[in-house]
Write a protein that binds this ligand. Sequence first.
Ligand code: F6R
Length: 241
Amino acid sequence: MDIHIFRDHDALDEHAANIITQQLLSVPESVLGMATGSTPIGLYNKLTEKHAAGQISFRQAFTFNLDEYVGLEKSHSQSYYEYMQKHLFRHIDIPTEHIRFPNGMAEDLEQECQRYNKMLAEQPIDVQLLGLGHNGHIGFNEPDEELVQETHVVQLEPSTRQANARFFESMDEVPTHAITMGVGSILKAKHILLIVKGEDKADIVYQALKGPITTQCPASLLQTHPRLTVFLDEQAGRRLQ
Ligand code: F6R
């Protein structure tokens, strides 16, 4: 595990963007695993800038997103698909048909999960970007007695719905379920880049990276990955220094 602690977000985002840039320069048809949430926005801005400056092209790249809410149209302002359009895809040259997303509106959600798993098996992820939930979740894999390996439907924890409620008009509108890649699918990525920012994540960062490997902290399973890079700001990395 390779841990880097950055003094400011700009440097962190720049270094994270450089990892993706290097990957695309060496393998233009790379498969990138994307995350949503507030953490990667700075990184996506950097990638947008690099693309505008002609330093990086996504024309041959493919992306898989970690998760999507069940019951929101793609075009809903809070769907993760729309998030990716807004923060990255609309600003770069990735062909729409190279963008892989779980369809949270599928009539048969089980079949949709199988479809996603099949695509993941056919196109293994080169670099998987991850954020970290306050309870140790990765994707929408919440703490539990057991974790599911592959893409599946999850019921969201009240704390996760609460954390996401800020983006919706009322708590009632926050979806109750999501489709997420499983921890097994995440761990199959060749390289994992975990980014965590903020004092409020300092304890969970410590538990995830230095605590016991347990399904009660899904991110702790990342300790078993042979190529894990962790980028933290000083606040999130406070307990590691
Ligand atoms: C989003 C995702 C989530 C977030 C996590 C942290 O696709 O998979 O696991 O990475 O909830 O979210 P932020 O970055 O908003 O703190």
